[in-house]
Design a protein. Sequence first.
Length: 275
Amino acid sequence: MKVALIGLGRTGKTIAEYLLNEKVLNMVLCRKGSEYAGLDLAQILNCAETGIKVETIDHLGLKLLNKHPDVIIDFSGPEFLRENIHILEKHGIHAVTAVTEYTPADIEKFKKIGKNKRIGIILVPNITYGVNVMMLMAQMAAQLMKDYDFEIIEAHHNRKKDVPSGTAKKLAYKIDEILQNFSEEREQLTPVHSIRSGGIVGKHRVVVVGKYDKIEIIHESFSRLAFAEGALKAAKFIVNRVGYYEMEDVFTEEKNVILADENVTPDDIASANIG
């Protein structure tokens, strides 16, 4: 599998290094006017010569035709895929996007292209497996504790642009989806509180409070390598598929593989490396 990467922010650099070590990276793209344009990736990552020169996205079709990656991982912003998805479709290049600022119209556009069955598109704002486990736990709590109050607190570094995070919004949606099944009159949506401070990699906390007790479900990323692992898992998932998917599809597939193994035991499932 050959992977292209766009986006060389804090997380993007970590992912670039990770993909290099995994020997799958063959192309790195940046926006027009970027300070990284024309540099060897080694100059950005302070590593040994890579032979990969960072290229701008102008004349994207020709550059993709030359390198022809199997999948592109996008950690840039909403403009790239919004403006270039048809170029990827034309060249048969699958897309993994971890961008969170898409509009509903953007997502509908991606879904429509997915229906053409020419490429696979996977939207993964909640890219770590630990977060996906957290979502399942939050949904279970909503099923069992419908009379409790739910709130979400999320914290990230002070350069993160979107507030609240895409993961926090998805958590709130999943919780509300269940709670509204119990009461059609429920008007108050799950509140989300955001912190943007220092160098926090990422932390999400679901607080569930009743009259006499409370529980908290917490996921915290200690390293951006958690995002890199998730991005590569998503790329491996989508590279042989067509259509539109989300990260929970990746998680569901691996869970089903574990459960389908006749030799698996409950202890094996409990200790499976899913995070």
